[in-house]
Ligand binder design. Structure first.
Ligand SMILES: [Zn+2]
Length: 229
């Protein structure tokens, strides 16, 4: 009878054998904001992650050697690397690439941005919508960069509160606008799947700066615009 250790060793070599050819299909580095490290590093990171998944499968009472699960450790490791690819991207660099001088000084709002993240307490998904607004002070940013910044911070282990603040701070830090407002509405699988709360509970968080804090009419306009469908 093979020991668990031997089984694990076999799994690692299987994974390395399978992964080298298609390692670049992870899509975690896009041309917009490629990470600096060589992609080959992923090989080294994936094997211990897959080992851990193998152990998890045993821990839940499964047989990791049965046909349907044979490639699961590798798949889960790759999937996790993709879902946490935000750690290897720099949101401020991403924004800085698309800053333009412009005299427009009214509110810019990008609403209903899809977010998919994972809570750091349970490593279960939370997902919903983000609404991001800012009031320029001489500089604007390419509109597509705002959902990208949301995505970079979302693809990390998060709490919704911190995610909301990080988005605000990145935009405030790079653009130095007159204010930033961020609202996120999300459903947490750790709440709905585990029966902690009612199934349709939505968590709302907000983070504001500048005129979104100091000017009541700005704040109200932002909240009115994001609640109108
Ligand atoms: Zn959770």
């Amino acid at each position: 009878m093979k020991s668990a250790y031997m089984k694990q060793e076999k799994t690692v070599s299987d994974i390395l054998g399978n992964s080298t050819s298609n390692i670049r299909s992870l899509q975690e580095c896009d041309t917009d904001n490629c990470c600096d490290q060589p992609h080959e590093h992923d090989d080294l990171a994936l094997a211990p992650m897959a080992d851990a998944v193998y152990s998890l499968l045993k821990g839940v009472g499964e047989d990791p050697e049965r046909e349907g699960l044979l490639k699961t450790p590798d798949r889960v490791a790759r999937s996790l690397r993709f879902l946490t690819s935000g750690y290897r991207q720099d949101p401020e660099q991403l924004l800085k690439k698309a800053v333009f001088t412009e005299s427009y000084d009214e509110m810019v709002l990008v609403k209903d941005i899809d977010i998919y993240s994972m809570c750091e307490h349970h490593m279960l998904p939370f997902f919903g919508k983000a609404h991001v607004a800012y009031i320029p002070d001489g500089k604007i940013v390419g509109l597509s960069k705002i959902p990208r910044v949301v995505e970079v911070f979302s693809r990390r282990l998060q709490v919704q509160e911190r995610l909301t603040q990080q988005i605000r701070d990145a935009i405030q830090g790079v653009l130095c606008p007159r204010g930033v407002g961020v609202v996120i509405e999300a459903t947490h699988m750790c709440m709905v799947m585990r029966g902690v709360e009612k199934q349709n509970s939505v968590t709302t968080t907000s983070a504001m700066s500048g005129e979104f804090l100091s000017n009541q009419s700005t704040r109200s306009e932002f909240l009115r615009l994001i609640s109108s469908r």
